[in-house]
Write a protein that binds this ligand. Structure first.
Ligand SMILES: NC(=O)c1ccc[n+]([C@@H]2O[C@H](COP(=O)([O-])OP(=O)(O)OC[C@H]3O[C@@H](n4cnc5c(N)ncnc54)[C@H](OP(=O)(O)O)[C@@H]3O)[C@@H](O)[C@H]2O)c1
Length: 265
């Protein structure tokens, strides 16, 4: 999402070549899951990913989303009408240069459209082979259950992190039901603002970070990876230095005491 025009994640990313290098470096470092959406750019982020990575190395999953239209930087419109989801999915397939999208997520339920109609279209796209797995984003447990009565749900993407835990019930539900949970804003960033509040966090995060010789944001990511085995991290960045730092967080081993202290944070 960050590799788009700024402000407002709108338009093409200004340093197109730099964005391609960053994406290739991510894959080189072993990253095999990249999250995007039609709304990022809109369309330009998917085009950047395809221009950098297509033909995709084996095992690399590009997850995208549909159901939000973005005609201007500050104009985010949920549009979960079946015809818009079909249009969006077909456009994403073209931009990503794919015959099938491994994971297609409903970006957000549209209050103007019955939820079952939106999910029903994702089920249809799956049965047509355009989607391999269906995911949801910005949903409640009730909505996940409603969707699962229509089609298997592979993943849920909700806002969650060490400093924002109000989706803990959704995470626990997903863990129990073997559904992948993809927390966004895992570094505490506001979607439309630059900078990660957790990068400069003080207190227990900074203390534990000092002990490991790493940065607080890395402890925040490590805590998530220790929190549940079904968590897939998607920290956003525009710099290779931050990318490398975030990837390195996967190797941090927290002790039981540290986890307990962070749980109480
Ligand atoms: N489903 C949804 O509704 C939804 C909403 C928002 C986002 N998302 C997804 O979640 C992803 C991440 O979200 P996000 O980018 O808003 O939030 P985030 O991952 O919490 O934070 C990204 C911000 O943190 C900075 N940052 C990253 N690594 C850093 C590091 N090591 N040290 C210091 N600063 C660092 C980045 O700046 P630099 O560029 O300087 O590194 C960027 O401004 C998006 O790419 C998107 O795929 C989904």
């Amino acid at each position: 999402m960050r590799l788009t025009g700024q402000p407002g994640n709108f338009g093409p990313y200004s340093d197109w070549e730099g964005g391609q290098k960053l994406l290739r470096r991510a894959v080189e470092l072993g990253i095999n899951f990249i999250d995007t959406a039609e709304a990022y750019g809109p369309g330009f982020n998917e085009e950047l990913i395809a221009s950098a990575l297509h033909p995709y190395p084996e095992g690399v999953v590009i997850a995208t989303k549909g159901g939000i239209n973005k005609p201007a930087p500050d104009d985010i419109r949920a549009d979960g009408r079946p015809e818009n989801l079909r249009r969006g999915c077909e456009a994403s397939l073209q931009r990503l240069k794919l015959d099938q999208i491994d994971l297609y997520q409903l970006h957000r339920p549209d209050p103007k459209v019955p939820f079952t109609e939106s999910v029903g279209m994702l089920a249809t796209l799956k049965s047509e082979g355009k989607i391999r797995h269906v995911g949801l984003s910005n949903v409640t447990i009730e909505q996940i259950e409603e969707a699962r009565r229509i089609v298997p749900i592979a993943s849920v993407q909700n806002r969650f992190g060490i400093s924002e835990r109000n989706n803990e019930d959704v995470l626990d539900y997903c863990s129990k039901q073997a559904i992948a949970f993809i927390p966004y804003g895992s570094l505490g960033a506001h979607p439309l603002k630059q900078g990660a509040p957790l990068a400069n966090a003080q207190g227990i995060l900074a203390l534990i970070a000092n002990r490991h010789g790493v940065k607080p944001n890395q402890i925040a990511l490590a805590w998530l990876l220790h929190r549940a085995p079904n968590i897939i991290l998607i920290p956003g960045t525009t710099t290779i230095a931050h990318l490398e730092e975030n990837v390195a967080a996967a190797s941090i081993k927290l002790t039981e005491d540290e986890i307990e202290a962070l749980n109480q944070m």
